[in-house]
Design a protein around this ligand. Sequence first.
Ligand SMILES: N[C@@H](CCC(=O)N[C@@H](CS)C(=O)NCC(=O)O)C(=O)O
Length: 211
Amino acid sequence: MKLFIYQHCPFCLRAQMIVGLKSLPVDIDIIMEGDAETPTRMVGRKVVPILQKEDGSYMPESMDIVHYLDSKQAPLVATGTVDAAIEAWCKQVSKSAFNLAVPRFTKGDFAELATPQAREAYRLREEKAFGDLEQLIADTPALLADVEPQLAALEPLVAERDTIDITDFILFPVLRSLTIVKNIHFGDQVQAYLARIAGATGVSLLTEQAM
Ligand SMILES: N[C@@H](CCC(=O)N[C@@H](CS)C(=O)NCC(=O)O)C(=O)O
């Protein structure tokens, strides 16, 4: 099987998590930003992640891919329902978190941005979705002032988590996205959570390229 992703993409990360967690025989392939033709040929629109299954057919939608891959090898891990408090937390933090992460993604070291054309295509895509990206970078102190208290409020919620279930496929991609923000303060519990899930899934954090 083959999984087509962007390395920065939080939805793609969900699929990468299950591949890594279960050591599944799935090749990871990058679709370049700006390449609409490849995903459109596969699933009729420009989107990632896309899984190419054993029979050659294509499946979009991150959580569908997670459940499909999870079913390939017992025991199931992406089970249960998403923890309501964590789901609410993700919704509440999402706008500010991605206002912090996305302008940095556009400047980041990701394979899908390896050519100037691809990087510019991505910058334009995100500018359309998020507005002036340089202004968002300038707004970092205000955005951090919103996100950091929310990260502090997450501490007791992650402290009680010690296995991996469906909730982590929602929460971890949001937190991993925030690791690209230089000097953001994660509390001890969130830091331990990030390290635990990254270790279990083999997914790298973005701390080394934080900016
Ligand atoms: N509901 C989809 C959302 C996937 C999604 O929005 N992916 C973004 C990348 S982060 C995308 O493909 N955007 C369209 C584009 O590249 O133009 C899922 O969960 O897989």
